[in-house]
Ligand binder design. Structure first.
Ligand code: 13P
Length: 252
């Protein structure tokens, strides 16, 4: 019922030529992947070229961030959500832990970005996740609840259809220490419960919750077997087309 999503977050990697080469290598490798949606998030500078070259394929393109402001104006260095739409994006990643921790993004900013992205017609991949210190202090669930409630404040039930949540425990990102399937399942079930409480059971039932943090071809299967795990947001392992394609084909 929930179609899985395998998304690749390229972060601040790849010049335009490298982005195009990776995207074009990926295209035939995932052309028959009907069991899931495939999304890649190249850096801003590659978005237009990559989206153009992927036209007619089953690979969708996402931005990695957008401005809190939708109205064009004097915001040096910012990219408005409709600018992402304009260059061929269907999705945008918002509230990634690197944005929260390295660039001091707050839940309120995440909320404004989410509202702007929805207003521009994008689907939002909202990232949440606790740090190791927060987990060790027993605060993982309240932290994730706060990020969800803060990020989704004021959204209507119509908006929720264009929200995807990515649970990315900070301690698992880029560290090689992936969460165990059981740890991931526990938090995914919690996220679905919070969604049901705050919104409604139907929205919670169809919500797709991706796991991110050191997902690789050899651990994706165990993760995807979990009931509440509906896909993956892949960093490092998405940079190579063949490796990412193996993750996309987790079902084979
Ligand atoms: P890694 O897969 O490199 O751990 O990164 C995960 C991530 O941050 C995806 O958004």
């Amino acid at each position: 019922m929930r179609k899985p999503i395998i998304a690749g977050n390229w972060k601040m990697y790849k010049l335009v030529a490298e982005s195009v080469a990776t995207a074009l290598a990926l295209r035939p490798l995932v052309a028959n992947a009907n069991h899931c949606e495939v999304i890649i998030a190249p850096p801003f500078t590659s978005l237009k070229t990559v989206a153009d070259r992927l036209e007619g394929s089953n690979i969708k393109v996402a931005g990695q961030n957008c401005s809190t402001e939708l109205k064009h104006g004097a915001h040096t260095g910012e990219i408005a959500a409709d600018m992402l739409r304009d260059v061929g994006c269907t999705h945008v990643i918002i509230g990634h832990s690197e944005r929260r921790h390295l660039y001091a993004e707050t839940d309120s900013m995440v909320n404004h970005k989410t509202q702007a992205a929805l207003a521009a017609g994008l689907t939002v991949i909202l990232c949440v996740g606790e740090t190791l210190a927060q987990r060790e202090a027993g605060h993982a669930e309240p932290v994730v609840r706060g990020q969800l409630e803060g990020g989704l404040r004021g959204l209507t039930s119509n908006d929720l259809a264009r929200i995807i949540v990515a649970y990315e425990p900070v301690w698992a990102i880029g560290t090689g220490h992936t969460a165990t399937p059981e740890q991931a399942q526990e938090m995914h079930a919690f996220i679905r419960r919070v969604f049901a409480e705050r919104h409604n059971e139907d929205a919670a039932e169809v919500l797709r919750i991706l796991y991110g943090g050191s997902v690789k071809p050899d651990n994706v299967v165990g993760l995807m077997e979990q009931t509440d795990l509906d896909g993956a947001l892949v960093g490092g392992a998405s940079l190579d087309a063949e490796t990412f394609a193996q993750i996309v084909h987790f079902n084979l």
